[in-house]
Design a protein around this ligand. Structure first.
Ligand SMILES: Cc1cc2nc3c(=O)[nH]c(=O)nc-3n(C[C@H](O)[C@H](O)[C@H](O)COP(=O)(O)O)c2cc1C
Length: 345
């Protein structure tokens, strides 16, 4: 039997993400099939390049976010604190993991609040869309979001769509009726920006269109090709055989970006690329496919857990920055906005 408590589940998720082979089996992000076209006449100096960008109303030094991961159990306190210290040092954004645990056990708040020890320039709270819909039915969605965001003094809230994960998760709650209404209500009334994200199976152009029509103005595509949440839950399942064929379900990150770019741009919305981004070249490609910033979860978690050092996470992402700057120069892009319109093949 699985222990259904949130702390033990959250710990299992981190442990599996760090030590098990939970990447997609055959599906890739598709980002390696895209190339930024070399520009022999860039008309900029490498020293002209600036990587600052504004996401969810906050200026970041680099177009990077540490995606939602954890909280709700003892060891998460130091994981969130160390990731936040790295994010603050780099001047990038960071989200905590799903905060539902705080409603069930208010004493769990400290496992998320450790992000405030060295506050990154953009702090994002996180809730599940199915949970939000349940609160909406009870008429409490806005209060809950406000409460959770206030716990970590969040600048924005992330709402995750994870029907694939909920379907497979042994304790899952695959109840998604009413989710769009709940999101629309929170977007309309919450006093801070909202980002809607997947967890690694991707947001299609059609889904993005429905979210945008509901008022959402920031979408993190969190596409397939990186961490397989189906994979993590299959490893936790008592009947893995019954769900094993779902391991690779999802829309590759590059496809999500291609599909979501036009709908996002025509609504003036921000698009974040994430799901399987593992280096600075893929970061540059994702931005050239229209992303304003990229998010990364498992790669930074693994780096942190392997070394238990904040400076190794910083050095890791500085490597991405170095490569990103090379591609900006080679495509003649002095700014992130210019890189978004670089030619790709
Ligand atoms: C250990 C772990 C826990 C996660 N928990 C959450 C969560 O609570 N809420 C959420 O929105 N996404 C969560 N995610 C999903 C990530 O935010 C991200 O969308 C996904 O892992 C794909 O990115 P990646 O390929 O860079 O890992 C989690 C990911 C990992 C690795």
């Amino acid at each position: 039997m699985h222990d259904p408590s949130i702390p033990s589940r959250k710990k299992q998720h981190v442990d599996l993400a760090v030590s098990a082979d939970v990447g997609f089996r055959a599906r890739t992000t598709g980002l390696d099939q895209v190339e930024i076209e070399y520009n022999a006449l860039p008309e900029i100096d490498a020293s002209d390049i600036t990587t600052t960008t504004t996401v969810l109303g906050k200026q970041l030094q680099l177009p990077f976010l540490i995606s939602a991961m954890t909280g709700g159990y003892a060891e998460a306190t130091s994981i969130n604190a160390m990731l936040a210290e790295a994010a603050q040092h780099l001047g990038i954004g960071m989200s905590v993991g799903s905060m539902r645990a705080v409603i069930e056990r208010p004493q769990a708040a400290s496992t998320y609040c450790s992000i405030l020890q060295t506050r990154p320039p953009l702090v994002i709270a996180n809730v599940g869309a199915a949970q939000l819909a349940a609160w909406h039915r009870e008429g409490t969605a806005l209060d809950m979001v406000q409460r959770l965001a206030d716990v970590i003094e969040a600048d924005a809230v992330g709402i995750h769509l994870n029907p694939l994960q909920e379907l497979i998760q042994p304790e899952g709650e695959p109840r998604f009726r009413g989710v769009l209404n709940a999101i629309a209500d929170v977007v309309a009334r919450f006093d801070r920006p909202v980002v809607v994200k997947e967890v690694g199976a991707g947001i299609s152009g059609a889904v993005a269109g429905r979210l945008l029509d509901a008022g959402v103005r920031c979408i993190d595509v969190a596409g397939a090709g990186g961490t397989s949440w189906a994979g993590i839950e299959i490893l936790r399942s008592d009947d893995a055989e019954a769900v094993d064929h779902l391991w690779d379900v999802g829309i590759p990150t590059a496809d999500c970006l291609r599909q979501c770019r036009f709908p996002c741009e025509s609504h003036g919305a921000t698009m974040i690329a994430s799901g399987g981004i593992v280096n600075g070249t893929q970061t540059a490609v994702a931005i050239a496919l229209g992303a304003h910033a990229v998010g990364t979860a498992r790669p930074v978690l693994r780096e942190l857990m392997a070394t238990q050092r904040v400076d190794s996470v910083v050095t890791f992402l500085q490597g991405w920055e170095r490569t990103l700057r090379q591609w900006m120069f080679l495509s003649g892009s002095a700014t992130i906005a210019h890189l978004r319109s670089a030619r790709v093949r």
